[in-house]
Every structure is written in structure tokens, then in C-alpha cells.
Design a protein around this ligand. Structure first.
Ligand code: NAD
Length: 270
């Protein structure tokens, strides 16, 4: 990691679904950039504790908090605990997400609700609690020129339709309009709300798409950069969006996808 430990010094962050994959990398990069980090996890207590321990060994500050982000009471309790431990919060990374894939006509209401509940409603619930604290506290110029920053982890599937994943693609499309509407409403209060839309990143959520050479070769046909992304590609973008370096960026989706949304199927000789 090449980040200054002063970039986010004095800031307090909460990353949801941070016990694995992209969330874990974001939490580690925020901590390496000087932020105190609350690691939210759903069921992987040991993994979350390991990340906390690693951050502490590197002289950082971290705690782990169990919560299901789709449950309002658990989200409220998670924010209460974060505020109790850290005093306030400056950065929320809405990362927790899951897939429940199915052909459309076989998709059950439970599969639909589970994905919308975590990926979209979970982001709404966390953003609302974070915004309340940002508004209560306001800007502390020695900490950041913003009253708070929210980063929503979306997906290229917020614009690319995805057969067999209608619940997931719908949740990500919803994040785009939710993120921009919150950004529009809260911008006058110096709160910035942005999204990162990852392309294909090597994590547990999409293991079947890259774990064999055959699967990876098929996937690479969709990626002009000709490599599957790694979690650091996303974490670096998250640090920038969390920092004052991106102070004039609000209501934007940053696609970090190796060109996947350039529709490589349309190249003449690619
Ligand atoms: P992952 O499975 O490693 O991470 C998802 C995390 O969310 C896990 O830690 C899981 O425990 C947590 N989670 C699931 N349900 C939860 C709940 N109810 N409450 C709290 N936490 C919960 O996979 P990942 O790839 O790191 O995914 C992180 C985010 O990135 C997701 O929003 C995903 O949609 C998005 N994304 C991933 C890719 C990719 O290629 N990996 C691409 C685009 C978008």
C-alpha cells in the first residue's frame, strides 16, 4: 500500500461487509491512510477480528461490529456502537452485498427480497444513520472540508443488464438513483455521496467466474484490460473518494472495471 497515513488522519470510518473481499481491502486501505475503522461483519467474527488485530499491529485503530445491514434495529445498534467507540463518523462505505441467482421465471420472492434487502435497503438504512450524524456534527475543518462522505459499492450491473441475476442487477440500478438523490439532497450540507462500480474483481462472491483457467479466459473476453481486477483496484478508488482530494466530486459513479462498460463485444478486431 502506498498511502500516506495522514491522508485521513482523525477520521472515523464504517465499512459494511468488511470481513472479506472488497470490503476487507477498503477497510485495510482506509486504516493505512490514517482512519479509525469499524469493520462490520455478518457472520465471519474470526475473520473480522483478524483484520482488527492486523490494523492494530500496524498502529491503527479498529473495532469489529456484527450486524445484518438489512435489519433496521441492527443497523441502528451498529451506528450507536460506532459512535460510542469513536465519538462520531466521517466516512461510510456501503459495501455489504450478495447474490441469489436464478432464471427469471424460477426466481422466488425470497431470493428477490434477500438481495434487494441487503444490497439496496441495507445501503439506505446505513446511509440514513450516517447522514444523521454528519448533519448533527457538521464540518470540522481540521478533520475534513466535508461534513461526511458516503461511498456506495455498486457494480457494472447498475447499467449492464444481467440475465439470470435480475434481483442483483435491479439492486445495483437502484443504488445509482438512491445515491444521486441523496447526493442532491445533502450536497448543500457539505455531504458527498458517490458510488464505485466494480467490474469483475477476484473475490468469493464470483469465484466460479475466475477460479478455473477456462472460466477466466471466458471472463477476459468481457474485459478490454485483459486482466481480472483485484480488491486493491477498488480500495484505492475508495480512499480517494473518502479524502478531500475528491472534494468537488459528488453524485458520481466511478467505474473501476478495466473497460468492461466499453462494451468490448463491439470492437472490430478485438
Ligand atoms: P464478498 O462475498 O467477499 O463480500 C460481501 C460481504 O458482504 C461479505 O463479507 C458478506 O459477509 C457481507 N454480507 C452479506 N450479507 C450481509 C448482511 N446482511 N449484513 C452485513 N454484511 C453482509 O464479495 P465482494 O466481491 O467483496 O462484494 C463486495 C461488494 O462488491 C458487494 O456489494 C458486491 O455486489 C460488489 N461487487 C463485487 C464485484 C466482484 O466482481 N467481486 C463486482 C461488482 C460489485
Amino acid at each position: 500500500m502506498s498511502y500516506s497515513p495522514y491522508l485521513l488522519k482523525g477520521q472515523k470510518a464504517l465499512v459494511t461487509g468488511a470481513s472479506s473481499g472488497i470490503g476487507e481491502a477498503i477497510a485495510r486501505h482506509l486504516a493505512a491512510s490514517g482512519a479509525a475503522v469499524a469493520i462490520n461483519y455478518h457472520s465471519e467474527a474470526e475473520e473480522a477480528q483478524k483484520i482488527v488485530d492486523d490494523i492494530k499491529v500496524a498502529n491503527g485503530e479498529a473495532i469489529s461490529i456484527q450486524a445484518d445491514v438489512s435489519k433496521e434495529d441492527q443497523v441502528k445498534a451498529m451506528f450507536s456502537q460506532t459512535l460510542k467507540q469513536f465519538g462520531t463518523i466521517d466516512i461510510l462505505v456501503n459495501n455489504a452485498g450478495l447474490q441469489k441467482d436464478s432464471p427469471f421465471i424460477e426466481m422466488s420472492l425470497d431470493q428477490w427480497n434477500a438481495v434487494i434487502g441487503v444490497n439496496l435497503t441495507g445501503q439506505f438504512l446505513c446511509a440514513r444513520e450516517a447522514a444523521k450524524e454528519f448533519l448533527r456534527r457538521g464540518v470540522k475543518p481540521d478533520i475534513s472540508c466535508a461534513a461526511g462522505k458516503i461511498i456506495c459499492i455498486s457494480s457494472v450491473h447498475e447499467i449492464i443488464p444481467w440475465a439470470g441475476h435480475v434481483n442483483y442487477a435491479t439492486s445495483k440500478g437502484g443504488i445509482n438513483m438512491m445515491m444521486r438523490s441523496i447526493a442532491q439532497e445533502l450536497a448543500p450540507h457539505k455531504i458527498r455521496v458517490n458510488s464505485i462500480a466494480p467490474g469483475a474483481i477476484k473475490t468469493p462472491i464470483n469465484k466460479s467466474a475466475w477460479e478455473t483457467p477456462e472460466a477466466e479466459a471466458k471472463l477476459l473476453k468481457l474485459i478490454p484490460a485483459k486482466r481480472v481486477g483485484n480488491v486493491e483496484d477498488i480500495a484505492k478508488a475508495a480512499v480517494w473518494l473518502a479524502s478531500d482530494d475528491s472534494d468537488y466530486v459528488n453524485g458520481e459513479t466511478l467505474f473501476v472495471d478495466g473497460g468492461m462498460t466499453l462494451y468490448p463485444g463491439f470492437t472490430q478486431n478485438g
